[in-house]
Design a protein around this ligand. Structure first.
Ligand code: CAO
Length: 415
């Protein structure tokens, strides 16, 4: 079966996490992703957080599957020549260098356009245009400047960053969508364009419910689904909401059996209005079904702490999986807190291809997260990450270089 992006050639200048997430997705959809790396060194993550000496790190291998690796010294005159040839015949150039690095290499938008007017140039940067556009940015910086950190954590503690890499991988996802959209527009216009995904913007996009809340707070001075209500005061900015649900149905994390020793013996419980009666029956509080203090969602808002306390008395008598099984029987939305250990061995995630084991010639078998987006006509086959420069000769030959020319480039230190 063919792949959705068959025939799309991507010149991949990305490194670390945000850009590689994007190009790995495009590779899973069938694009030919040619990762350009520094001669002798490669993507810095190849040797960051190593667990096996001399083997590419999991940081690298889990973000660069299904790609080909070529090494080119883009500051070498002959290396630049090779790049020009690649630019002429590729569809997309993706990069997440520090601001200005691509221009310093000699590849401004104008220069790339002159070489290939159909080329789409896609970039991740920390910030969009403005006072910080020249700044380097990493994941947690993006979480802080995009509104996530100030709204995550508990009211009596400092701002907290999430384990979900919404700054890096989240922005990579945004960029991938921008690229396929630009490819689609090119079908009609025949022209390439610039695609920019700024990490601050990407995080803010994922935090838009908090900007919603900022405006509600400014208008009404209170947000009744927040744990601060009714016993604590609100300030001028959206506070940290602990584990409160970000939507219209109240939720909280509740202890389950074993919580004293197991840090993940908890379940997320949503007191969804349509199943309120079932919740009351299940926990043995039938009198709440019609009681005016509990019968309606609005009446319950000032009593959420008490209500979740009562529900917790029920969940604490069960393991998180037992609670999940019973609650689902009653159509009550909930989710056990799964540890990474549990996720790594989850059979259904393996069966669906969301967790995949691949074999690497140096490190052996490793687990990776497969394509979370499933296309019925474009199935993903997750493949291992390339070794540094593994495909330099192969790719250069495809772009018309003879064996002798490749040898000469190598001797000159350009590849
Ligand atoms: N051959 C020769 N030189 C190369 C090369 C190649 N194949 N590939 C890269 N380089 C050079 C670049 O040209 C650049 O040189 P100059 O600074 O002299 O122009 C140099 O390598 C370093 O690039 P960089 O500035 O992007 O890398 P850094 O480690 O200093 O910064 C990062 C890393 C991530 C902070 C920065 O790239 C950045 O802010 N990127 C945009 C935001 C982003 O994506 N952040 C997420 C990263 S994941 O947490």
């Amino acid at each position: 079966m063919g792949k959705a992006l068959d025939g799309v050639r991507i010149l991949d200048f990305t490194h670390v996490q945000s850009g590689p997430t994007c190009t790995q997705l495009l590779a899973w959809f069938g694009a030919d992703v040619i990762k350009v790396e520094r001669v002798g060194a490669g993507d810095i993550t190849r040797d960051q957080l190593r667990d096996i000496p001399d083997a590419d790190s999991l940081y690298f291998t889990m973000l660069n599957g299904n790609k080909r690796s070529v090494t080119i010294d883009t500051k070498h005159a002959q290396g630049k020549g090779v790049l020009e040839r690649l630019i002429r015949d590729c569809d997309v150039l993706v990069e997440n260098f520090a601001p200005g690095a691509l221009e310093r290499m000699g590849f401004s938008w104008e220069r790339i356009q002159a070489l290939n007017p159909r080329m789409i140039v896609a970039s991740v940067k920390g910030f969009g245009p403005g006072p910080y556009e020249d700044c380097k940015v990493y994941e947690n910086v993006a979480q802080c400047v995009g509104g996530a950190a100030s709204t995550t954590g508990f009211d009596d503690g400092p701002p907290v960053v999430s384990g979900a890499q919404i700054g890096d991988s989240g922005t990579g996802l945004h960029l991938a969508l921008g690229i396929v959209t630009a490819l689609y527009q090119r079908v009609h216009t025949g022209r390439g364009q610039k695609v920019l995904a700024a990490m601050q913007d990407g995080v803010l996009n994922l935090c838009r419910v908090k900007l919603r809340d900022q405006q509600r707070l400014a208008r009404t001075g209170v947000m009744k689904e927040y744990p601060q209500y009714p016993n604590a005061s609100f300030g001028e900015a959206v506070p940290r909401a602990g584990n409160a649900s970000g939507g219209g149905q109240p939720g909280w994390i509740l202890k389950c059996r074993g919580w004293e020793t197991d840090p993940n013996a908890y379940i997320y419980f949503i007191a969804q209005a349509p199943v309120w009666e079932r919740i009351c029956k299940l926990i043995g509080r039938e009198e709440w079904i019609d009681h005016p203090d509990y019968a309606t969602p609005n009446a319950r808002l000032p009593r959420l702490k008490e209500i979740f306390g009562e529900i917790e008395c029920w969940t604490m008598k069960r393991s998180k999986f037992e609670a999940m099984a019973v609650l689902n029987r009653y159509d009550i939305p909930c989710g056990p807190i799964l540890s990474m250990k549990e996720i790594a061995t989850d059979e259904s995630l393996r069966a669906s291809g969301t967790i995949v084991e691949v074999d690497h010639p140096v490190r052996g078998k490793y687990l990776t997260v497969g394509n979370p987006i499933k296309l019925s006509d474009s199935p993903t086959e997750v493949m291992r990450s390339p070794l540094l420069g593994e495909h330099t000769d192969e790719v250069l030959a495809e772009f018309g270089y003879s064996h002798d020319e490749i040898l000469a480039l190598r001797v000159a230190g350009a590849i």
